[in-house]
Write a protein of this length. Structure first.
Length: 589
């Protein structure tokens, strides 16, 4: 992709972000209006001091002092309320921005990770969205809204005396230069610290999800050492960022306090020269502090601005790479006729095809067994049949329509998929079988469980179908997890079943139940695909597809394919009964 094309793509993502921000245009305008009046009321303190020194102390009028003090209290209360309203509005703009994009960003990252599992923008997308939302509620944004008033406060100083105005201009320039240096010195290290922290957190989550494997293989020490190295790097970079940014923050604060005192000294000298009143001297010091405050906030909060900009750029790139899915015309429910023609598939993040020129046809009510050595392309074919991996050449058609003509969720409801590695989601067993559908019909849940012969097993659990499970399975065995996953595949009466090693963790009774379920699925007109190593899995298959190095080596009736291409065909035919038979070998006879 050329630089211009990539830049245009990012611009598309930025326009999408801008369109979401535009939804809060009125709220942002209200926050700006409140900022205008709040900053006008910031003049209360210097004007009060000016009146005290130049009027009250000179006239020694107590009624004037009381009146000015009451007015000052009232104005400060109004200023505080306006500032509170502004901060609440900005926080809600951030929350609204996050709410509007939450589902879009999750969907985009989900689809992107299906294609490129290591994609950084996709993995950090939700955190980036939260970073931008926090920026809206941060003191930095309020400081940036106050920054346009700095020239106005300096102009008031010029009204008091030209020397006070030029002193303020010089002070602002000094702090502005410090802000630029801070930005240049902390931008790269902020990015490095954020990336290092993300990598360490991802490693920790991976270790937690595989805690059982790590402990059982005695990997805890080495795994923790590896994580500690990543975590320490993140901490070191974080401390470097904190030290560097903190140094500029302290320097800016100290310099601001010094400048406020220095302008007070300058004002005192001007008072001695009879060119400035004592009240203007005090008011000038206050005004300079107010003029410099937004710059001080910007310097102190600059790492947040850097993180927000980086998060915005990553989100813009992700949203441009993964545009919203186009609406598709609703197609009628398919009968289950699958036709694969010249299929070529390249795994996400790779350049070498794992499937090459695969072609076959399966009618409703037929079952096809896909066999071959490990790495021959069986699981890759399963992913392509489900639409998880997109073909780079050739087509997969369901009732004549390519899979991308179906809405993804609608297509998923037509397909029952059991992956080689079954995962459950946090929730109840019923919710997992129902594919997390909140409006699921309990009768359909129980029917799917019965088809997978897991109904009785579920009833013997502490809370039956309402037994909570986690993404790592909890106390469930591998066989139980697989059978629940099988029930999930059967849920909703799919027209296609794609079962990848469906009996790898099943005992003899489970294999009998599996074959019984496949018979019923075929009788209902479902096309069944079984990726198998064990002979019992192909008992109900009329067709057999032999894969080798990602290509079709043989395809046809089961017994014919076994006789022609598999060395141990006779033994497999005898063992193609539920139980533990020999592995299916892919050698040519």
């Amino acid at each position: 992709m050329s630089k211009n094309t990539a830049h245009q793509g990012v611009q598309q993502g930025q326009r999408e972000l801008s369109s979401i921000r535009s939804l809060s245009r009125r709220a942002l305008l209200a926050a700006f209006v409140f900022s205008v009046f709040a900053n006008l009321l910031m003049l209360t303190s210097p004007l009060y001091m000016l009146q005290i020194y130049d009027r009250v102390l000179m006239s020694r009028s107590e009624p004037t002092l009381v009146a000015l003090s009451l007015l000052m209290v009232f104005l400060f209360v109004i200023m505080g309320l306006l500032d509170l309203a502004r901060s609440r509005i900005l926080a809600r703009i951030g929350a609204r921005f996050q709410e509007a994009l939450d589902q879009r960003v999750l969907s985009a990252s989900f689809r992107r990770l299906a294609l490129v599992p290591s994609d950084v923008e996709a993995r950090s997308a939700q955190q980036d969205l939260e970073t931008i939302a926090r920026f809206w509620a941060s003191p930095l944004l309020q400081g940036l809204l106050d920054l346009p008033w700095t020239p106005i406060f300096i102009a008031v100083l010029f009204v008091f005396h030209a020397w006070l105005g030029w002193f303020a201009v010089a002070a602002v320039l000094v702090l502005f230069v410090l802000a630029l240096i801070n930005q240049r010195r902390t931008e790269d290290i902020t990015r490095e610290a954020t990336t290092a922290g993300f990598i360490a957190d991802r490693q920790a989550e991976n270790l937690k999800s595989e805690s059982e494997l790590v402990r059982s293989l005695g990997m805890s020490g080495s795994a923790f050492a590896r994580w500690y190295h990543l975590r320490r790097r993140a901490l070191v970079r974080g401390m470097e960022l904190s030290d560097r940014a903190g140094g500029y923050t302290v320097l800016t604060k100290t310099l601001r306090v010094f400048l406020q005192s220095a302008i007070l000294g300058l004002g005192a000298w001007l008072v001695l020269q009879n060119t400035l009143s004592p009240g203007a001297m005090i008011a000038g010091s206050i005004l300079l502090g107010r003029a410099l405050q937004p710059i001080e906030v910007a310097v102190g909060q600059w790492p947040m601005l850097t993180r927000s900009r980086a998060a915005r750029d990553r989100l813009a790139k992700l949203l441009s790479d993964v545009p919203p899915e186009a609406a598709r015309t609703q197609l009628p429910r398919p009968a289950g006729r699958v036709e694969v023609t010249g299929l070529m598939v390249v795994p996400p993040g790779d350049t070498r095809p794992v499937l090459r020129g695969v072609s076959f046809r399966v009618e409703p009510g037929q079952a096809i067994g896909v066999i071959g050595l490990s790495g021959s392309g069986k699981s890759s074919l399963a992913r392509a049949l489900c639409g998880v991996w997109q073909p780079v050449a050739g087509t997969v058609r369901l009732d004549g329509a390519t899979l991308d003509q179906y809405d993804p969720d609608t297509l998923g409801s037509y397909i029952g998929y059991l992956p080689q590695r079954v995962s459950l989601f946090d929730g109840t067993i019923a919710e997992n079988i129902a594919r997390l559908d909140e409006q699921a019909d309990p009768e359909k849940i129980v029917a799917a469980a019965k088809k997978a012969a897991v109904h009785d097993l579920i009833l013997h659990l502490p809370k039956g179908y309402d037994t909570p499970v986690t993404s790592i399975g909890g106390q469930l065995s591998g066989g139980q997890i697989q059978r629940i996953g099988l029930a999930r595949a059967f849920y909703g009466d799919p027209v296609i079943l794609v079962l990848d090693e469906p009996n790898s963790n099943l005992d003899n009774d489970g294999s009998l139940a599996l074959n019984h379920a496949i018979r019923h699925a075929k009788a209902a007109g479902c096309a069944v695909f079984i990726m198998a190593h064990r002979p019992a899995a192909i008992q109900e298959c009329e067709l057999l597809l032999l894969m080798k190095d990602g290509a079709v080596q043989n395809f046809g009736p089961r017994d014919q394919v076994l006789r022609e291409t598999v060395r141990n065909a006779g033994e497999i035919n005898r063992a193609a009964q539920p139980g533990n038979g020999p592995a299916l070998q892919g050698g040519v006879s």
